[in-house]
Design a protein around this ligand. Structure first.
Ligand code: PHE
Length: 504
């Protein structure tokens, strides 16, 4: 019995500060950095955009991240319990922060599957594969399932044994791959100068208001804010960790890696333009096409070595996607296991299977849109674009705003006056701006009202479910995991003894 109580008291969570910082940086660095940042930078005035982006990380991202960490660590619990611990009225935002990861996983699993496929088929050439691969449902499901399985394996192994351990291996691996790729592309010769100029030459005239807003949104999504991930990771940190310092480290890692990704991609693209003679305007430089359609052409153009670079690049991208997806799988797993007192493995399996099944229509929808079809398209948007807009543009800023309000106004953590003013006034104001412009932009775009309607439906569902099911109920804390384990241990110990006694 003593052993059982000891187990119940055993602290769950990250073993070291570095482990925590690497895991959070892993969540931050993801597909958003790899395809989002480079093309947005080039479309919005190069270094001018980079400057605004870094400013946004400092003014909005870092502050909101700190707020989320504080909320998590204050309660040492899942986002619902953590928000409830601040104020019962804010609990619904905690539940919204658990639903958003489920929506994100539905497309992140698919995209992770794509990166895996591209990494694995680097040596047979990936040029022109996108429409055929995405239309091959069986192949897409297979790679999605493999990717999801990797995420499940890590999360079910626990915060320390799975997430922390894997981050300590995966993040350095990703960084080394990125350095090798950048060195290689910077040495390509023709086109490199033009590529760097395109990426880095500041042109403040090319930076419009919508560019500034795009930088704000990019900083936001890139730091995994407003979706419970940082609340969950914050809940697993030790009381002694200086959260302000860790936030600075994580933001710095995210910014540096993001910048380096641009350094790796643009010289390669412009080298290809120089040697193939295809004009820049004809190459897909934006969106999903940059990574899955244009870059494979660039890699395949360089015989032998290109395949190795492709393997490194898509391997690195798959790792970035994996370390991001485990953070959102953890959010949902943490909530389900704590609220319903399940085993970690069972909770993670449940969520993974649920999201893999939901991701199948998303995969079909992407495939159809690239093949020119209209299966599961919503007013010109495929399901990936729809879910992306619902979560990134509308719902995540709402949750991050709630986090800033909760930590800034309700929590009694000691903060320097400057940070406190930021958290109470400036950052919330900037987030409201992002939200307003996002809504206006959508309202004015074709099919935007469908996105707004879907976002509103999710918001309503979170509120209804919170008031009907979770407001009064004990939604658990980080202690539950050890307690469930201990209970099972005790049951196993007692079970056979009793039956043995009966037969006696
Ligand atoms: N930060 C990740 C990226 O840049 C995306 C992400 C958002 C991951 C929210 C987890 C949670 O791609």
């Amino acid at each position: 019995m003593e052993g059982v109580t000891q187990l119940e008291k055993k602290p769950s969570g990250f073993g070291t500060r570095v482990g925590f910082e690497l895991a959070a940086a892993g969540s931050a660095v993801g597909l958003g950095n790899i395809w989002g940042f480079p093309y947005k930078t080039s479309a919005n005035g190069g270094a001018a955009y980079l400057f605004v982006y870094l400013l946004c990380i400092l003014l909005i991202g870092a502050v909101a991240m700190l707020a989320e960490f504080q909320i998590g660590r204050n309660a040492r619990a899942n986002p619902v319990s953590a928000m409830k611990a601040v104020s019962l009225k804010l609990g619904a935002f905690g539940l919204l922060a658990v639903l958003i990861p489920v929506l994100i996983m539905c497309y992140y699993f698919i995209l992770g599957g794509y990166t895996l496929k591209y990494a694995l088929s680097s040596f047979s050439g990936n040029t022109g594969m996108f429409p055929t691969f995405t239309a091959n449902t069986g192949d897409v499901i297979l790679h999605t399932a493999l990717f999801a399985l990797a995420a499940f394996a890590i999360v079910s192994a626990g915060v320390r044994g799975g997430i922390e351990k894997s981050s300590k291996i995966l993040i350095p691996t990703m960084l080394v791959s990125l350095i090798v790729i950048s060195c290689f592309t910077l040495m390509l010769g023709s086109g490199v100068k033009e590529g760097l100029a395109f990426y880095l030459k500041p042109d403040f005239r090319a930076l419009t208001w919508s560019g500034v807003l795009s930088a704000m949104g990019q900083a936001f999504f890139s730091l995994s804010l407003g979706c419970g991930a940082m609340i969950a990771y914050g809940s697993y940190t030790g009381r002694k960790v200086n959260l302000l310092r860790s936030t600075a480290v994580i933001c710095l890692i995210d910014a540096v890696i993001t910048f380096m990704i641009g350094l790796a991609i643009f010289p390669a693209l412009f080298h290809y333009i120089a040697v193939s003679g295809i004009p820049a305007a004809e190459l897909g430089m934006g969106g999903i096409g940059l990574v899955f359609i244009t870059l494979p052409m660039v890699f395949d153009e360089m015989p032998y070595i290109g395949a190795c670079v492709s393997l490194l690049f898509f391997g690195m991208t798959a790792i970035a996607a994996l370390t991001s997806v485990i953070s959102i799988l953890e959010v949902a797993t943490q909530f389900v296991l704590q609220c319903y007192r399940l085993y970690r493995g069972h909770a993670a399996l449940l969520i993974t299977c649920f999201c893999v099944i939901l991701s199948i229509p998303v995969g079909l929808s992407i495939g159809s849109s690239f093949a020119g079809g209209n299966f599961l398209q919503f007013h010109g948007r495929n399901l990936l674009e729809l879910l992306d807009a619902v979560t990134n543009t509308i719902l995540m800023p709402v949750c991050a705003l709630a986090a800033c309000v909760a930590a800034g106004w309700f929590l009694k953590e000691k903060l320097s006056p400057a940070v406190s003013v930021m958290m109470k006034f400036i950052t919330p104001l900037l987030i409201i701006l992002i939200e307003l412009f996002g809504v206006m932009d959508l309202a004015g775009s074709y099919g935007g009202t469908a996105v707004l309607g879907a976002a509103l439906a999710v918001l309503l569902a979170a509120f209804l479910a919170y008031y009907a099911l979770y407001r009064k109920r004990d939604t658990g804390s980080n202690d539950v995991e050890a307690a469930v384990f201990a209970q099972e241990l005790k049951r196993r110990k007692d079970g056979p003894a009793r039956s043995w006694q009966r037969t006696e």
